[in-house]
Structure formats: structure tokens, C-alpha cells
Design a protein around this ligand. Structure first.
Ligand SMILES: Cc1ncc(C[n+]2csc(CCOP(=O)(O)OP(=O)(O)O)c2C)c(N)n1
Ligand SMILES: [Mg+2]
Length: 331
């Protein structure tokens, strides 16, 4: 039930963020995690408190899955003083060391060598911390990926690569295509396997399968077996198909049983590929929750997000006197 609540929290956070953007509350580009909630939530629940994470332009769901305060996260994205980095990181560069997130980078694959470096540091210090490197399928096209796999494998580093293959763009395969348009290596797991890193492909909409695969990989890393790689596959949310996210239908838990309220062009995704609705159906069908209990969890997640948005909007912008504080800049 806690996983369900976190997934709904992410979904409502992202839909609400799209609303804030459309109201002109913040400038600049951003990406949302809708459609991948059943990957981050069960996967990151397998980690310990002291483990490290590095993430990408699609980071909001990763942070919230790990327990980030949605008010501080909204504030960061909106450039406000009460954000995780006092509004100076924004959506692309959130760091939250208290949650283990040492860095987010909007540079595709930019964090892979950093994650491998953190894993090397943990090994050198003989700590049992592992590092999770959260990347998209597109990151495998960059040279930083194989270089980092090589070192991680040779030095048996405690790093778990989670590659979220959300299809269609980047290295992800378009529906029905036998091969990726942008990667000569396919399946994508052939790349880490060439570097002797054990790799698995998992359905990223199956929370139970994701949890099982991650528990196993984390245990292997803690036993000293070195780097592991997991590719999770999801179908891209129709609202992320264009440059600017747009919600085809606001999420309501009743969509788990009846998608007739969704515009036809997006209906099939909500019917068969929405990981949150799939998880809700599973909980109810297996008797783990009633529809009423799900509706209550949903209501409390919505309220938490409304309150978080109010908190962020009430937070001031950082003052001019703070412009050069906490930044590295040569004189
Ligand atoms: C080095 C680099 N090249 C290109 C871009 C532009 N860019 C931003 S997101 C993106 C797609 C990345 O695909 P993937 O890693 O699969 O992430 P997804 O958006 O599909 O979740 C690209 C090419 C970038 N940010 N950095
Ligand atoms: Mg992708």
C-alpha cells in the first residue's frame, strides 16, 4: 500500500507540475516521470538509507520514490528559496545528499562516470554503500557508457545500472520494430554483457518483477559480486511524445476499471500500459486492498500534492545577495 501511495504521489506531482508550467509559474524545459512509476518505486525501496544515487533529466519520480519532500521539490523546480538547492539547481540539477542523491544531470549519460566514481570511493573506503546509476536507454549511445562499464567491471565496483527503456526515442525500439534505430547493439543488455556485467530485462510496469530483480541485484552487489545492470521496459506515456508534456486525461483511480473518459488517441495506453493503474488493479484483484482503500490513498496523495504546491508558490525567489553563494565560480 505504501508503494501504491508513492506511485500516486508521483503521478499527481507530475500532472500538477504540468499545470504549473502551463500557468506560467516556471520557465524552461522539463521532463516528467509519468509511465515509469512502477520502476522507481519498487526498485528504490530495495536500497538502504546510506546508498548513493545519480539521476537524469527524468528525475522527479526517482526523488519522490526515495521519499523526497514534494514541497521542496516543487520549490526547486520553480526556482524558489525553499527548494532542495535553494532554487539554483532547478529540474535538471537537483541534488539531495540527505536522500543519497549526489547529482542530477540533464547531460545524457553525464552521470554514469560520476556514479562509477562514487562506487569506487565506497569500495576504497570499505563501506557497504552501493551506488545506483539511473539512466535512460538513450544514455547507452554515449561513449561515457561503455567506458564506465569497463572500469566498473574490471574493478568489481558496487554499482547498479538501472536503464529505463521507455521506447520510441533514443535507443528505445519503436513499437513493432525488430531493432533500435540508433543503437547497433540490440538487445541493449548485450552492451553491459560484452563488458561481463550481468544484465537482465524486466517489464517496468510489473512492480513485483521489478522488486524481485532489484532485491536480487542489490544482494549480489552487497556480497561483493560487482556491477549489475537491469533494463526495465515501459511504453512511453502519450503525454511525453512531444517536446512539452501534456496530460491527455487527468489520472483518476477509477480509470483502472473504465478508460472511457480518456480521449481515444491515448486510451490504449491507459488501458494496458499505465503502470499505476496496472498496480491498482493487481492490488484489488489479489485482495490486498479494496477499491475504497485505494480511493482513500489517492485522496491523501492529492491533498499532499496540493499542499506541496501551495508551499512552493509561497516560497520567495532567492535574493540577489545569494547569487554567488554555494556556487563554484572563478573570480
Ligand atoms: C549529451 C546530450 N545529448 C543530447 C541531449 C538532448 N536530449 C535530452 S533528453 C534526450 C533523450 C534521452 O533519451 P533517454 O536517455 O532514453 O531518456 P528519455 O527522455 O527517453 O527518458 C536527448 C537526446 C542532452 N541533454 N545531452
Ligand atoms: Mg528513453
Amino acid at each position: 500500500m505504501d508503494l501504491c501511495r508513492r506511485m500516486l504521489l508521483i503521478r499527481h506531482f507530475e500532472e500538477s507540475l504540468i499545470g504549473l508550467h502551463d500557468q506560467g509559474r516556471f520557465e524552461g524545459h522539463y521532463h516528467v516521470y509519468i509511465g515509469q512509476e512502477a520502476t522507481a518505486v519498487p526498485a528504490l525501496s530495495c536500497l538502504g538509507q546510506k546508498d548513493f544515487l545519480f539521476t537524469t533529466h527524468r528525475n522527479h519520480g526517482h526523488l519522490l520514490a526515495r521519499g523526497a519532500d514534494p514541497g521542496k521539490l516543487f520549490a526547486e523546480i520553480l526556482g524558489r528559496k525553499d527548494g532542495y538547492n535553494h532554487g539554483k539547481g532547478g529540474t535538471f540539477h537537483v541534488a539531495a545528499a540527505e536522500l543519497g542523491f549526489l547529482h542530477t544531470s540533464g547531460i545524457v549519460a553525464g552521470i554514469i562516470p560520476l556514479a562509477v566514481g562514487a562506487a569506487y570511493a565506497a569500495k576504497a573506503r570499505k563501506s557497504d554503500q552501493i551506488t545506483v546509476c539511473l539512466i535512460g536507454d538513450g544514455a547507452l549511445e554515449e561513449g561515457a557508457a561503455p567506458e564506465s562499464f569497463n572500469i566498473a567491471s574490471l574493478w568489481k565496483l558496487p554499482v547498479l545500472f538501472l536503464c529505463e527503456n521507455n521506447g520510441k526515442y533514443g535507443a528505445g525500439r519503436a513499437a513493432g520494430a525488430a531493432q533500435s534505430a540508433t543503437m547497433a547493439v540490440y538487445p541493449l543488455t548485450d552492451l553491459p554483457v560484452a563488458y561481463k556485467i550481468p544484465a537482465r530485462q524486466i517489464d517496468g510496469t510489473d512492480a513485483g518483477a521489478v522488486h524481485a530483480a532489484f532485491s536480487e541485484a542489490v544482494a549480489k552487489i552487497r556480497q561483493g559480486e560487482g556491477a549489475q545492470f537491469i533494463e526495465t521496459q515501459t511504453v512511453r506515456w502519450p503525454g511525453s511524445e512531444t517536446n512539452w508534456p501534456a496530460v491527455p486525461a487527468p489520472t483518476d483511480v477509477s480509470l483502472a476499471w473504465d478508460v472511457s473518459a480518456v480521449p481515444e488517441r491515448a486510451r490504449e495506453w491507459y488501458r494496458s500500459s499505465d503502470p499505476v493503474l496496472i498496480f491498482i488493479r493487481e492490488l484489488v484483484e489479489k485482495g490486498a486492498a479494496t477499491k475504497t482503500e485505494i480511493a482513500e490513498i489517492d485522496k491523501s496523495a492529492r491533498q499532499a500534492i496540493e499542499q506541496a504546491a501551495r508551499f512552493a508558490l509561497a516560497s520567495p525567489f532567492p535574493g540577489l545577495d545569494e547569487a554567488l553563494k554555494d556556487v563554484f565560480a572563478p573570480r
